[in-house]
Design a protein around this ligand. Structure first.
Ligand code: ATP
Ligand code: MG
Length: 547
């Protein structure tokens, strides 16, 4: 047999099961509820389940856990599939818990016949009130000892729509004194008249998650049913269901700690609220921690996967620094993104010794970090833009850019010397005059002249007008123990910079392409708006992640 190395405790269980001969084929599943879009937390679960499939040459199903018809929608089904494909995972079968509604009904009937389930007329409130506490046992329902015949007739009546919503439930008959609250005769079926996105109005009873999930897993032959820690206390019930239903091959539930990222919303319900209230432009707003939001922002799928792999799989909850995700994005883009010169806040520089209408072209490498990089030309002309902050009349100590009478290298082109400054009424520079130094481009005899700074620049007549969308976290830090999302929303999470100038190189790239804007950040070429090229800031250049 092949020797496997396990990277975490789940893989260790899988390896043991292969080595002991308990399983020869490994089968996992990813079970999203189609009630929202996938977020970065789901990518953790995807990476574990599909990671096991890939590593152990197994299978992984995509199973929609669609047992809660009031919140579910095909819009979500479609988006979930698109997002999983984006990450590059391929599921073996696309399945729906609702496909098994018929079988689940039969299993419920079997439980009744075996004396393991009964119809209870208690309201949700009465059930809650008689459940007991962690210290005290619950009270048995007066309906607990109905005869099998009566239960069968009532359950069929529930199915046939003879009872009002909420008036009756089917409960597993387990143990009202169990120290595990989930085992105190849990509800496994409820009456609910709701239109289902797949089964329509065929059913007016729906199984509960704790009943539907183990049955779905067992029907599909799932060997390892991986879920998050909140379900640890449900495992005895999970095992009870597969045993009581009489499955020969029973899946094993394994829990891991869910991914939490600081200042990041990981609840579909709350993300939906941000969409519904218009705080963000949609599920794919580039600030959203959804997979489609990150894709829109320009995060490479590979970077998201790398992040999941670096986070690892743990049994205890913890909070990850978002800087780790940014670090992975930056690493990926550093290797793949072409460099472009963009001036955000332009100051006009007139190079007096270049005649009007003349241009000088220089070839530069698109991406110095890529061996297969191409080249493109930058076009120098008499009037160019540099960043306002790259020139000053009053240099602070150690200022290493342009000062009056000083030298500066225009990246990829010549060294220029400052000769004069045009100022406005307040004495602020509105344009500067320079002269370029002959033969000071790379390889020229004057290229080695000592210059303190090298800056990006854009030729005025060739400049591409752009708008830069800069994003910040949707949530502000917790202050004074205030954790409520509603009180932490960052109203300044989007800043639009109008009037930036880009070199014409950005015209050639396709929409969606990522660039490193030199000395600034990674940006994605997003769209054209009001005749201007819009770029989304993917991530800054500065690394705040502490390795
Ligand atoms: P939400 O609370 O955002 O609605 P959920 O857990 O209800 O999330 P599901 O659609 O049920 O969402 O999740 C599908 C799978 O993804 C489940 O197996 C779930 O455990 C897993 N998952 C969801 N959120 C996270 C997370 N933050 N970290 C790891 N796995 C997660
Ligand atoms: Mg869920």
């Amino acid at each position: 047999m092949e020797k496997y190395e396990s990277n975490n405790f789940i893989e260790e269980i899988v390896v043991n099961d292969l080595e002991s001969g308990k399983h020869t084929d490994i089968y996992t599943r990813f079970p999203p509820e189609p009630n929202g879009y996938l977020h970065i937390g789901h990518s953790k679960s995807l990476s574990i389940n599909f990671g096991i499939k890939e590593k152990f040459n197994g299978k992984c199903n995509l199973r929609f856990d669609d047992t809660n018809p009031t919140k579910e929608d095909v819009e979500y089904v479609d988006s979930i599939k698109e997002d999983i494909r984006w990450l590059g995972y391929e599921w073996d079968e696309e399945l729906y818990a609702s496909d098994y509604f018929g079988k689940m009904y039969e299993y419920a009937v079997k439980l009744i016949k075996d004396g393991k389930a009964y119809v209870c007329d208690y309201s949700a409130e009465q059930i809650r009130d008689t459940r007991g506490t962690l210290k005290e046992p619950g009270q048995e329902s007066p309906y607990r000892n109905r005869t099998i015949e009566e239960n069968l007739a009532l359950f069929e009546g529930m199915k046939n729509g003879e009872f009002a919503d909420g008036s009756k439930v089917l409960r597993a008959k387990i143990d009202m004194a169990s120290p595990n609250m989930n085992m105190r005769d849990p509800v496994i079926y409820r009456v609910l008249r709701a239109h289902h996105h797949r089964t329509g109005d065929q059913w007016c009873i729906y199984p509960m998650y704790d009943f539907a999930h183990p049955i779905s897993d067992a029907i599909e032959g799932i060997t390892h049913s991986i879920c998050t820690l909140e379900f640890e206390d449900h495992r005895p019930l999970y095992d009870w269901v597969t045993e009581a239903c009489g499955f020969e091959k029973r899946p094993r539930q394994i829990e891991f700690a869910r991914l939490n990222i600081k200042n990041t919303i990981m609840s579909k319900r709350y993300l939906k609220k941000l969409v519904d209230t218009g705080f963000v432009s949609g599920w794919n707003d580039p600030r959203m921690p959804t997979l489609c939001g990150m894709r829109e922002r320009g995060y490479p799928a590979e970077a998201v996967k790398e992040f999941c792999s670096r986070v690892g799989v743990a049994k205890a909850n913890s909070e990850v620094d978002p800087a780790l995700l940014e670090f992975c994005v930056r690493e990926n883009l550093n290797a793949s993104a072409d460099r472009a010169m963009v001036v955000e806040n332009p100051l006009l520089m007139i190079i007096d010794n270049i005649p009007e209408g003349e241009t000088i072209e220089f070839s530069v490498v698109d991406n110095p970090n890529s061996e297969s990089s191409g080249t493109h030309n930058v076009i120098l002309e008499r009037e160019v833009y540099i960043e306002k902050t790259d020139f000053t009349l009053n240099p602070p100590p150690k200022y290493n850019r342009l000062v009056e009478g000083g030298l500066l290298r225009l990246r990829g082109a010549y060294i220029v010397r400052h000769v004069a400054t045009e100022k406005d009424a307040n004495g602020e520079p509105i344009a500067i005059h320079c002269e370029y130094i002959e033969d000071s481009a790379q390889g020229g005899v004057n290229a080695k002249i000592k210059v303190k700074g090298t800056v990006q620049w854009v030729g005025k007549n060739h400049a591409v007008e752009c708008k830069l969308y800069k994003y910040d976290s949707l949530l502000k830090d917790v202050v004074d123990d205030v954790t409520d999302f509603n009180l932490r929303l960052n109203e300044d999470s989007l800043q639009v910079v109008d009037g930036a100038k880009a070199e014409p190189f950005v015209n050639a790239g396709e929409f969606g392409k990522a660039y490193q804007f030199m000395r600034s950040a990674y940006y994605k070429k997003a769209k054209v708006e009001d005749g201007k090229m819009v770029f989304y800031r993917i991530v800054s250049l500065k690394d705040s992640f502490n390795k």
